[in-house]
Design a protein around this ligand. Structure first.
Ligand SMILES: *Cc1c(COP(=O)(O)O)cnc(C)c1O
Length: 229
């Protein structure tokens, strides 16, 4: 296997090319290295290669890495990208810069309640099930638009955009990325402060270039950096 540093360099080049093709500034796409199931030592290796933002999917695993002495001196920006259950909200609050996987009004309410309790302000994304696959988490577009108003008014948390996990099939995935972008546009039309609503977290190892063409502002890449899980 190639080294983590050379994998990251290769992905950065692919991001640049995709941005140039799409007529976008590469600085508008953030690379989130998905380190789930990988050790703190490998996270450290990626950090030393210049990677700052990391994504974790499981609460306990995230907390173990968050507290790992090997990462003590690393100002890592953590993203929680997994499905977040209400009863786990309090374990991660204040420790992550962005929560990607909120898929219910009730979880957003819990996030808001805990943020108020701890006097914190938390940014989050809503997960949308764009593929319609029942095995995937996420709100439907209709439910999201119906609940938007309630979501916008929850104290101490700010909706920054949308996240999706697309279909494995590339043609379908591209449609789903486009659908997420269109949904964000609809949401911005009804948002009290659309300037806050800017993020599209979409695209993984197999499809991030397509996602960039459709407007991704954050791509979540795991296996192309760290190897197979
Ligand atoms: C695991 C995971 C990824 C990374 O997937 P790769 O195909 O390994 O790049 C991205 N997003 C989420 C939500 C994940 O759980």
């Amino acid at each position: 296997m190639e080294s983590i540093a050379s994998n990251i360099e290769a992905i950065r080049k692919q991001i640049n090319s995709a941005c140039i093709e799409a007529g976008r500034n590469p600085a508008t796409v953030r690379l989130i290295a998905v380190s789930k199931t990988k050790s703190a030592e490998l996270v450290r290796e990626a950090f030393d290669a210049g990677q700052i933002e990391f994504g974790e999917s499981y609460v306990q695993e995230f907390l173990d890495k968050y507290e790992d002495p090997q990462l003590d001196e690393c100002p890592i920006e953590w993203h929680f990208i997994g499905h977040l259950q209400s009863n786990k909200v309090r374990s991660i609050i204040g420790k992550v810069s962005l929560v990607h996987g909120i898929d219910k009004l009730s979880t957003a309410e819990e996030l808001s309640k805990r943020a108020v309790q701890h006097n914190l302000f938390v940014d989050y994304l809503l997960e949308v099930n764009t593929s319609g696959e029942t095995s995937k988490y996420g709100l439907s577009s209709d439910d999201l638009l119906m609940e938007a108003d309630a979501l916008f008014h929850l104290p101490n948390i700010t909706l920054r955009g949308l996240m999706t996990i697309a279909s494995y099939d590339r043609v379908a995935a591209r449609q789903e990325f486009r659908q997420l972008r269109t949904l964000l546009e609809s949401l911005r039309e009804i948002a009290p402060d659309p300037s806050k609503l800017t993020e599209l977290s979409m695209g993984m190892s197999g499809d991030f270039e397509d996602a960039i063409h459709e407007g991704a502002t954050m791509i979540r890449v795991g296996s192309a950096i760290f190897g197979w899980r």
